[in-house]
Every structure is written in C-alpha cells, then in structure tokens.
Ligand binder design. Structure first.
Ligand SMILES: [Zn+2]
Length: 59
C-alpha cells in the first residue's frame, strides 16, 4: 500500500486516490493507521478514498 506512507515522527499519512485529501494518523504502525482511517470514514484497500469521495462515488 504505497498510498500509506510514514509521515515522519508524527505517524502515518493516507492519501486519497481521487483528490488531494490526506489523513494523518498519529499511530505507531501502518495497520493501526489503516484501522484509524477506516474509523474516520476512509476506504482503504486496493483503492484509497477519503470519506467524501467514498460517499460521492463520482467518476
Ligand atoms: Zn478524496
């Protein structure tokens, strides 16, 4: 999952495939970052979508 990248000392960053939205998770591990993003409405898997893109399904 290249969309999930270490954002340095602050944790992990998840980027939306469809827009410029980014979710920063201040957690220790990638798996925790994915779980945290999903709790916040993100779709993380083969594609990554922010809550707005996941709801809109535009395109
Ligand atoms: Zn998006």
């Amino acid at each position: 999952m290249q969309v999930i990248q270490s954002s340095g000392h602050n944790g992990w960053a998840v980027r939306c495939d469809l827009c410029e939205h980014r979710f920063d998770a201040a957690v220790a591990g990638q798996a925790a970052a994915v779980a945290f993003a999903r709790i916040n409405g993100w779709v993380v898997g083969e594609t990554t979508r922010c809550p707005m893109c996941a709801t809109a399904r535009v395109g």
